[in-house]
Every structure is written in structure tokens, then in C-alpha cells.
Design a protein around this ligand. Structure first.
Ligand SMILES: [Zn+2]
Length: 149
């Protein structure tokens, strides 16, 4: 049985979940904030995103502000991996919850047409296979942070 929605008891898997992380000496409220800011070249825009009161706004700013890194497509998965690693390394209660999912497949099923990071379940996207990049990153972090037996 896969975990197909990052809500309810699995809301902690979402990048929108409150999970303070320290990146380069700065405190970020969620992975979403830190990830979106990483696209930006300019410090003022990074700070604007860091100060966004909620992650949906951080996401919006990350999509609209510029200038952005031109190599984003090549590095976005590595950056996601880095941020998700920090989330679970720096928040022990979240790591405990992550490890408790065992070897379940993790997929961010969604209805907002994201077939890159997740898998949209709307009728129009039914025949588009979701790449589930976020689920794959979280599963990789889970196995990397599983203590050696
Ligand atoms: Zn869709």
C-alpha cells in the first residue's frame, strides 16, 4: 500500500509542513520557503521569500520573482534532496514519523496538475504518468537516514 496523499497523518511529508530548518545560518519556516528561495540569484528576493507568512506565498514568489538561476532545471532535484534531508535531520520528531512509514511507497497524489514532483489524479491527467520526484527524494532520504541495523 502506497501513501498517496501528504495530508492528514501524512501531512508532515508535504513541503508545506511546518518544519523549521537552518540553511546557511538562516532559519526557514518550511522546505517550500528554502527551496523556492534557492532559485533566486538576488539576496533581496531570497529574503522576501524567507519572510513569506505562509508556504503558498513562498511558492508563488518563487515562480514569479526574477532573476533566477539559469541552471535550475539541472540542479532542482539535488536542492530538493538537500532541503528534505535538512528537514528530517533537524526535526527529530519528523524523522521518527518518516521512519515509521517503513518501506511504503510515497507519492504526492494531487489535484493541481503536478506530474513532475507528484502525480495529479484529475481526469485530464489520468493518462499522464506522474514522475513523483518529491516522493522519490523523500524515499531516498528515508533510506539514507535509516540507522544501520
Ligand atoms: Zn491534473
Amino acid at each position: 500500500m502506497a501513501i498517496r496523499h501528504f495530508r492528514g497523518e501524512y501531512a508532515f511529508l508535504s513541503n508545506f509542513a511546518e518544519s523549521m530548518i537552518v540553511v546557511d545560518g538562516l532559519i526557514w519556516g518550511t522546505v517550500e520557503h528554502a527551496f523556492q528561495a534557492a532559485k533566486m540569484l538576488d539576496e533581496a528576493n531570497k529574503e522576501r521569500i524567507r519572510g513569506a507568512p505562509y508556504p503558498r506565498l513562498a511558492k508563488y514568489l518563487g515562480r514569479t520573482l526574477s532573476p533566477r538561476r539559469t541552471d535550475w532545471e539541472q540542479c532542482k532535484e539535488d536542492i530538493m534532496h538537500q532541503m528534505v534531508t535538512l528537514k528530517f535531520k533537524q526535526n527529530e520528531h519528523l524523522l521518527a514519523k518518516l521512519l515509521s512509514t517503513g518501506t511504503e511507497e510515497l507519492v504526492e497524489g494531487n489535484n493541481w496538475h503536478d506530474n513532475i514532483w507528484g502525480d495529479c489524479e484529475c481526469p485530464e491527467c489520468q493518462n499522464i504518468p506522474g514522475q513523483n520526484l518529491l516522493g522519490k527524494v523523500i524515499m531516498r532520504v528515508r533510506s539514507e537516514l535509516t540507522p544501520n541495523q
